[in-house]
Design a protein around this ligand. Structure first.
Ligand code: TYM
Length: 332
């Protein structure tokens, strides 16, 4: 059976981008067709300036939302990264496999480190080594498929390179994984700035739909989405990025195709209204289930405990094999 692994970083409230680009695919496809593991990657959230209490709260919220969105513990393994030591154990071996040049070439590192420096802050070393820990997340479970949005594809490519290199140097140890992402809405854009990704850690929030936003807030954000002055609904990501983004969101929510939907609209207002309705329709059951789960924190804890136990059982033999292969003396 195919093994799937993916994760969400608890650096902010989850967004519609996380949902359409990743989470929905986990719920609707991956947990049914593969042995799937989904992880709240909390260690990754420590790579930028952070508030300990907030990270703790957001980690629980992310896990609760993953279950609210429809991940079923009977079908998949849901857990928190820091509960399973194998991730950091393996990460070090992969640091000894990667080069610093490879790390510095990563687009997310370049963007985030430039932002931190521009704000006068220092760049944590873990921001540079972030993709290595991500590779460890994936390789520890011998995952075949990694369902992610478009922004993570470069990191999965690096994971593949590290797996191949390690296998060549030290003997076959890791499965070489591949990234998979949805054909529509693999990159949901910010509603106020449709040339940049809708990201959960952005400071300006008016263009970001959060999964837990109230219905009226979602409607307002979508109705105020930036479009253009052309006045014609055409699916053209280059020329009309705002309109294209709305069409992609609508298509993703309703199962249509953006270009076909475009021809059915004569005005931006109608497109926005239908998009807001479709998003709300999709989010309503998630809200309901989230409220139920918040009333039962013991259930979420039990799911995460069982998830971490299973994850440990799966990861340990692979990580132990990597320790042996690279030349470390086994304990007596
Ligand atoms: P993160 O937490 O930024 O995002 C979680 C998932 O949501 C996708 N995503 C989007 N998809 C479409 N449009 C958007 N605007 C959008 N924003 C986010 C991301 O592509 C991702 O699939 N490095 C990862 C977390 C991670 C991971 C892993 C993922 C750590 N280890 C191992 C897979 C496997 C990240 O920061 O995702």
């Amino acid at each position: 059976m195919t093994r799937t692994f993916s994760g969400i970083k608890p650096t902010g409230h989850l967004t519609l981008g996380n949902y359409l680009g990743a989470l929905r695919q986990w719920v609707e496809v991956d947990q049914h067709k593969s042995d799937a593991l989904f992880c709240v990657v909390d260690l990754h959230a420590l790579t930028v300036d952070h508030d300990p209490a907030r990270i703790r709260r957001l980690s629980r919220q992310a896990a609760t939302l993953m279950l609210a969105a429809g991940l079923e513990p009977a079908r998949c393994t849901v857990f928190v990264q820091s509960h399973v030591d194998e991730h950091t154990r393996l990460s070090y071996l992969l640091e000894c496999t990667a080069s610093d040049g490879e790390m510095r070439r990563m687009i997310q590192y370049k963007e985030k480190s430039a932002r931190e420096r521009a704000a006068g802050g220092s760049v944590r070393l873990s921001l540079l080594t972030y993709p290595v820990l991500m590779a460890a997340d994936i390789l520890a479970y011998s995952a075949d498929e990694v369902p992610v949005g478009e922004d993570q594809v470069q990191h999965v490519e690096l994971t593949r390179d590290l797996a191949v290199r390690f296998n060549q140097r030290y003997g076959h140890t890791f499965t070489v994984p591949r990234a998979v992402h949805p054909t529509v809405a693999a990159r949901v854009m910010d509603l106020q700035d449709p040339t940049s990704k809708m990201g959960k850690s952005h400071a300006e929030t008016s263009g970001i739909v959060y999964l837990l936003d109230e219905a009226e807030v979602v409607r307002k954000k979508v109705m105020r989405a930036v479009t253009d002055s052309r006045g014609e609904v055409v699916y053209d990501r280059e020329e009309q990025p705002g309109v294209a983004n709305l069409l992609e969101i609508l298509a993703s929510c309703t199962g249509g195709q953006p270009a076909e939907l475009a021809s059915t609209y004569a005005s931006y207002g109608a497109l926005k209204k239908d998009t807001a309705d479709a998003v709300l329709e999709l989010l309503r059951p998630v809200h309901e289930r989230h409220a139920e789960l918040c009333a039962d924190p013991g259930y979420v804890d039990a799911v995460l405990r069982a998830g971490a136990e299973r994850a440990r059982t799966l990861a340990r033999p692979t990580v132990d094999a990597a320790y042996a292969a690279i030349g470390l003396m086994p304990p007596a």
